[in-house]
Design a protein around this ligand. Structure first.
Ligand code: F6P
Length: 560
């Protein structure tokens, strides 16, 4: 679909929303008091996710106008175009088909795009992952000395790292093969050094995960890992250091995941130990492709398939549900309301689950690499603000750190609270269910943010003078509560897909291509130009701007 985007700001719905914003005074206390049906009307289920939107700063009129905005900007049509494999990633001339990665075997009608039988290819790779993962988990696959794998180290960055990292932590209770996973991403040598220093090369399997297999960080770390392996195996006498044995060591201890299998072979990894995916899977949308190999090894193929089924359940919801009941679409629209009409610049994601400690980091790439754009998909400038800053930490840690600003600061920060009725580990403190206490905090925070505390209420507690203002909470701080029975693999897949589709909705309304990331290129190019200056090349030093040159000189003066 290469046609020009519809400029949201020229639609009738946008004009309506401008008018609604004009006379808008949020009043969650008043709205709740006057309207006993508000919670029911604004609570929707998607698969296992129970989503309460009622504490958002919207009236029915605003929600209806937002839905019209989605209609008038063609959200449903663009979603259909994406699912049909149209090249909606215009700047790279690619289809966008991460949703195909989680279609069940035999889904009808089958999907053929650009002459490729997508379903067959996806399931071939999934089966290969399951087969390989099974061999590692059972101990059939061994290192060069015949020892079974105890640790799998995923080397990748961005989309080739953040998904597996986040999910590995989230599903920790499901790890059942005695194999732990580590993740090396940063080119800071500390990362690989600290993550390998206590490992035994004989029981370590590296996965080099890179869509392009050109990423500087990943290839550098892969070479460092290979040196570490060779040195370790030679030191213990496992190999004699001959080229033949080194090659054999790589064959036993390195596998790869990439769309560029030729480059995998150039690196020295046997292509039979490589798992492919396709250019229609964006890096930040790739955790459900072969990029999830470390997860298949850590948790098993069944758990991985359950994760995929969760993604698919939300895809189906988006595909089949009218916009007005479509949860990710509504959540995307709320974000547009806050960003474009109420001036919000950031969005907090606050999981009440320690297992989701990396969820906000994962969402940062998903949302900000997708929607941090200033031009639209036809190359024209955007006509409104785009992507918000996503951030967050698990509750209750955040409560004791930054919630102060959300409660009483001057900025509007919409927040998503995510919680689970059942804990991974039910523990009691003196007979008291600790998870229940944890959930009481989730409920207390969303309540305090919505309804605040008036000066009269503060005074009624005996507070007087200047302290009254300090202890008053304005309320009307918007939150969405996402509740689910438990953090299962399927529920986790549902959560990720939910945010993928929220991101998509916002991208369509802003007219941007959420699937490219040209903004990361300049820094990569400049790093390659600056590297010689770091290494002492005077001409490269002289070519820098004054500030960069001065910093390079500082480096030269202080390098031990
Ligand atoms: O930072 C840009 C980026 O291209 C991301 O979009 C991507 O996830 C990451 O680099 C890693 O890329 P690759 O998987 O090709 O190594």
């Amino acid at each position: 679909m290469t046609n020009a985007p519809i400029d949201a700001t020229t639609t009738a719905a946008w004009t309506e929303l401008e008018a609604l914003k004009g006379g808008f005074t949020p009043d969650l206390r008043g709205w709740f008091a006057a309207d006993p049906g508000r919670v029911d009307r604004l609570t929707l289920d998607v698969a296992d996710l129970h989503v309460d939107l009622s504490k958002n700063l919207v009236t029915d009129e605003i929600v209806a106008a937002l839905v019209r905005l989605a209609e008038q900007t063609g959200v449903a049509e663009r979603y259909a175009a994406m699912l049909a494999g149209e090249h909606i990633n215009t700047t790279e001339d690619r289809a966008v088909l991460h949703t195909a990665l989680r279609r069940p075997k035999g889904a009808l009608p089958s999907l053929t795009v650009d002459g490729q039988d997508i379903d067959t290819d996806v399931h071939e790779v999934l089966d290969a992952l399951a087969e390989f993962g099974g061999r590692v988990r059972s101990g059939e696959w061994t290192g060069i000395t015949g020892k079974r794998v105890k640790t799998v180290v995923n080397i990748g960055i961005g989309g080739s790292d953040l998904g597996p990292v986040m999910i590995s932590a989230a599903l920790e209770p499901y790890a059942d093969a005695g194999i732990s996973a580590r993740f090396v991403s940063n080119i800071d040598p500390f990362d690989i050094a600290s993550k390998t220093k206590d490992l035994d090369p004989e029981t370590t399997l590296f996965i080099v995960a890179s869509k392009t297999f050109t990423t500087l960080e990943t290839l550098t770390n892969a070479r460092l890992a290979r040196d570490w392996l060779w040195e370790g195996l030679a030191a213990s006498g496992a190999i004699d250091g001959s080229d033949e044995q080194k090659k054999d060591a790589v064959a036993h201890h390195f596998v790869a995941v990439s769309t560029a299998l030729d480059k995998v072979a150039d690196f020295g990894i046997d292509p039979t130990n490589a798992f492919g995916f396709w250019d229609w899977v964006g890096g930040r949308y790739s955790v459900d492709s072969a990029i999830g190999l470390s997860l298949v090894i850590e948790f098993g193929a069944d758990t991985f398939r359950e994760l995929l089924s969760g993604f698919h359940a939300v895809d189906e919801h988006v595909r089949t549900t009218p916009l007005a009941q479509n949860v990710p679409v509504l959540m995307g629209l709320l974000n547009v309301w806050y960003t474009n009409f109420l001036g919000a610049q950031s969005h907090a994601v606050l999981p009440y689950a320690q297992q989701l400690s990396r969820f906000a980091a994962y969402l940062q790439q998903l949302t900000m690499e997708s929607n941090g754009k200033s031009v639209r998909w036809d190359g024209t400038p955007v006509t409104s603000d785009t992507g918000e800053v996503f951030w967050g930490e698990p509750g209750t840690n955040g409560q004791h750190a930054f919630y102060q600003l959300i409660h009483q600061g001057t900025r509007l920060i919409p927040a998503d609270f995510i919680a689970f009725a059942n804990p991974a580990y039910p523990l009691a403190d003196g007979g008291r269910d600790v998870h229940g206490l944890f959930l009481a905090n989730f409920l207390a925070q969303t309540k305090a943010l919505a309804f605040g505390k008036t000066a009269e209420e503060v005074e009624a507690e005996g507070t007087t003078g200047a302290l009254v203002a300090a202890r008053t909470f304005a309320g009307n701080k918007p939150t969405t509560s996402i509740f689910a029975p438990s953090l299962t693999p399927s529920v986790l897949g549902q959560l990720v897909a939910l945010y993928e589709h929220i991101t998509f909705t916002q991208g369509v309304i802003w007219g941007i291509n959420s699937f490219d990331q040209w903004g990361v290129e300049l820094g990569k190019q400049l790093a390659l130009q600056i590297a010689p200056a770091i290494e002492g090349d005077s001409a490269a030093l002289e070519a820098q701007d004054a500030s960069t040159k001065a910093l390079l000189e500082y480096y030269r003066d202080h390098r031990a």
